[in-house]
Design a protein around this ligand. Structure first.
Ligand code: PEP
Length: 269
């Protein structure tokens, strides 16, 4: 199965100049990696998600390369153009050249109070514009301590389940257009990680739960996210339930991003 390694650049880098420098490094590192081992990018799909402001430039530079470009969010009010200050619609995102979007990242849930309703709108609009969706779920530290991980995940996955119940015609396209990223909130940017056994069990639960709604989704891609770096990627990549990684901090350096991709390309054999 093909692995996926996705870089969530968040509100980085600070300037267009720095974005170009990161892309220069990334494309040079990919070329060097492909020359040394052409299997890496064949076995591991790479994607990066820059800020809205950099989306057009980044997607233009990535055209014709093996790296896909995603947005970090879309507007819940994507049905039409109009008076939604500060928002970017799914259509605008697709027009800017992105082919995927991250949705439901814990920082959006925390700082922008993203609700079940707004996420249902966002996922629906993304798919209507043919954007693939990387749907993020995960528990907080308190929920982890209270052993509520699976309950929290089931509740967050209800967005996807409702969508499928309402729009059966989406099921076929979802098998290639939906990725679930399991990201424990307490592991994001903290250097703390769950054990591989914990991640593996949670991923198994996610896969079974999604397959319970539609058998065609039984092979859904489930990524782990939270403090993945060049040093620990191997142990996650070795587990059959972990199909790749959503990477924050370590995606801002081409070298560590490519090291993670290399680990998952070996894990996918
Ligand atoms: C993220 O924010 O999606 C993430 C996984 O961040 P980090 O890799 O920095 O923990």
């Amino acid at each position: 199965m093909q692995a996926w390694v996705i870089g969530n650049w968040k509100q980085n880098p600070a300037t267009s100049h720095d974005v170009n420098a990161l892309l220069d490094d990334l494309l040079t590192a990919i070329e060097a990696t492909e020359q040394a081992n052409s299997e890496v990018t064949a076995r591991c799909q790479l994607m990066v998600a820059p800020s809205f402001i950099h989306l057009t430039a980044v997607s233009a530079r990535l055209k014709g390369t093996s790296v896909l470009c995603a947005a970090q969010d879309i507007s819940a009010h994507s049905a039409s153009v109009g008076a939604y200050t500060g928002d970017c619609s799914a259509q605008q995102i697709a027009d800017a050249g992105a082919t995927w979007t991250i949705l439901g990242h814990s920082e959006r849930r925390q700082y922008h109070q993203e609700s079940y309703d707004s996420l249902l709108q966002k996922v629906t609009h993304a798919l209507m514009q043919d954007l693939g969706v990387v749907f993020c779920i995960g528990e907080t530290q308190a929920q982890y301590d209270d052993q509520q991980t699976l309950e929290v995940i089931d509740s967050q996955l209800s967005v996807i389940k409702s969508l499928l119940a309402q729009q059966q015609e989406l099921i076929d396209s979802l098998s290639t257009r939906l990725i679930i990223a399991y990201e424990p909130v307490w592991a994001i940017g903290t250097g703390k990680v769950p054990t591989v056994a914990e991640v593996s069990a949670t991923h198994q639960h996610i896969k079974q739960s999604v397959a319970g709604v539609a058998e065609s989704l039984s092979a859904i891609t489930v990524l782990y996210g939270g403090s993945v770096n060049a040093d620990n990627a191997d142990i996650f990549a070795a587990d059959a339930m972990i199909d790749g990684a959503l990477v924050g901090g370590a995606s801002l350096k081409a070298e560590s991003f490519l090291a993670i991709a290399t680990a998952f390309s070996k894990g996918s054999i």
